[in-house]
Design a protein around this ligand. Structure first.
Ligand SMILES: Cc1ncc(COP(=O)(O)O)c(C=O)c1O
Length: 480
């Protein structure tokens, strides 16, 4: 059976288990490791995770191993239980019926909760929509709406735009985002009356569109204003948090894939609220799984630095890694088995050496290199804050799931929607003492401070001139 091999990195800065390097492509796991590869240090085997030595898929030795013996005993035990159960058949049938009924009720509750959330979003949200007008194709609810006005763009097609309620208009069935996922997006946070790091998000939006060769028909200043205008139409109060989902698609085209047949981008921005995780999860942290089969593709397949609307890979990774959504998040690995990121968040590992409480340089923050993941805006904030706090910071190409474990570790993930979420278990194995760590909390406090600082964005009540001035000033409060 092919097995990926990783060797310990002798001079790895963490000292203990951080830093593995893939040293040979594949070899048979039942053989001894090739010369020069060390056996794993004792105590780092973790159920469900790669062992440093035997790699991704340890070759099972069924019969004569300890595990083989245990599985035979277990099999006898099951036969014994089955015999007992047949004597109590009516009781067993009753229990099965009860558990099926419970599952149906639980599923109904989940759907009812999802409907409630959607209705709340529908009542609150407004959406800025901009589309070319193609007779017989562009939805009439949009074209004929009083809210739609002519957009002054330099395209050879008439374009209308306006602000609508969520149930007023829709996209064309021929939009290539619906047909092919041919689009990119941004998720932007509104907190304390500020659109947090708005310019940085819009810059990444333009970069993603350039990566897909989609032309955005507006200047940055103009689109920035339309979105702010939509926020004002929603009317958040200062204490309320909000979320902007800004999307540009290849636009309306024929049923073929070729982007040449599209007549101009569709742009829309949904302004609403978002709640990715339950509030309690931030206090106690979450467990993540690892998606082993579905991997995060590299730049030659679908560049993870482009925030495209093609998230199928992440969706499948989430389903696999969370054992059919039993957990809330999953780590995704690169093709050669190191951590890339989570399905909608970046991942960090904190390594603490003794004396770290008084000497910040004894804290090291590790995160996968930018080429493996979306270069998250929250990730950039954390890297910047950590450097300013005096922590060592490293972007690494070889962080393995097993590296997140150990007494001297903390782990968390970051994202605009998620904020900073402590990870306290990986595939059932404890990170640190299984509680959110103090370094994680310190970094969380830093980002909360930034979110209350007007220098970290633009006011939601800014007028058109203020938005234009904000967009023109190139000074960013963080190092991206
Ligand atoms: C795949 C992926 N990684 C990371 C992130 C976090 O990025 P940011 O902090 O910019 O929201 C996201 C957010 O949407 C994401 O989808």
């Amino acid at each position: 059976m092919p097995v990926m091999v990783h060797a310990s990195q002798e001079n790895s800065a963490s000292g203990k288990y951080i830093g593995t390097v893939p040293v040979c492509q594949f070899f048979n796991g039942s053989e001894a490791p090739p010369a020069g590869i060390e056996a794993p240090p004792a105590g780092i085997e973790a159920p469900g995770l790669e062992s440093r030595h035997s790699g991704l898929l340890p070759a099972p030795k069924i019969l004569f191993s300890k595990a083989g013996f245990q599985s035979i005993i277990f099999w006898f035990w099951r036969v014994h239980c089955a015999a007992l159960a047949s004597a109590k058949a009516p009781f067993v049938i009753h229990m099965v019926v009860v558990s099926i009924r419970r599952k149906i009720m639980a599923d109904r509750k989940v759907v009812a909760g999802a409907i409630r959330t959607l209705e709340e979003v529908g009542a609150k949200a407004r959406v800025f929509v901009s589309m070319p007008v193609i007779k017989g194709v562009t939805p009439r609810a949009f074209v004929d709406s009083h809210a739609a006005e002519k957009a002054a763009t330099k395209e050879p097609v008439t374009r209308l735009h306006g602000i609508f309620a969520l149930d007023e208009v829709g996209l064309s069935f021929l939009d290539h985002s619906a047909l092919y996922g041919d689009a990119c997006f941004e998720g932007i946070l509104i907190r304390n009356g500020i659109v947090f790091l708005y310019r940085e998000h819009l810059d990444r939006f333009w970069d993603s569109a350039a990566g897909l060769k989609i032309e955005i028909p507006y200047s940055k200043e103009a689109l920035a204003w339309h979105v702010i205008n939509t926020i004002q139409a929603v009317g958040f109060d200062k204490k309320e948090s909000g979320y902007i989902r800004l999307i540009v698609t290849r636009g309306i085209g024929d049923l073929g894939l070729n982007p040449k047949k599209c007549v101009g981008a569709t742009v829309y921005a949904v302004v609403s609220t978002i709640k990715l995780y339950p509030k309690e999860a931030y206090d106690v942290g979450i467990e993540v799984g690892v998606s082993k089969r579905i991997r995060r593709p590299g730049a030659t397949i679908l560049d993870p630095r482009i925030k495209s609307n093609n998230y199928l890979n992440n969706v499948l990774g989430l389903i696999e890694g969370t054992r059919n959504l039993e957990l809330l998040e999953s780590l995704m690995l690169t093709a050669d088995g190191s951590i890339a990121e989570a399905t909608v968040d970046n991942v960090f590992c904190v390594v603490k050496e003794s004396g770290y409480r008084t000497q910040p340089s004894k804290v090291k923050l590790l995160t996968p290199i930018g080429a493996y993941c979306l270069k998250g805006i929250t990730r950039a904030c954390i890297l910047d804050f950590a450097r300013k706090l005096g922590y060592k910071v490293e972007e690494v190409a070889d962080l393995m799931p097993v590296d997140l474990l150990g007494d001297d570790r903390e782990c968390f993930m970051t994202g605009t929607g998620a904020g900073i979420m402590p990870i306290v278990k990986v595939c059932g194995n404890l990170v640190g003492d299984g509680r959110p760590g103090e370094i994680t909390r310190k970094l969380l406090a830093q980002i909360q401070k930034a979110m209350a600082n007007p220098a970290f964005g633009v006011s939601t009540s800014a007028d058109r001139g203020q938005v234009a001035r904000y967009m023109k000033s190139k000074r960013s409060p963080i190092k991206l």
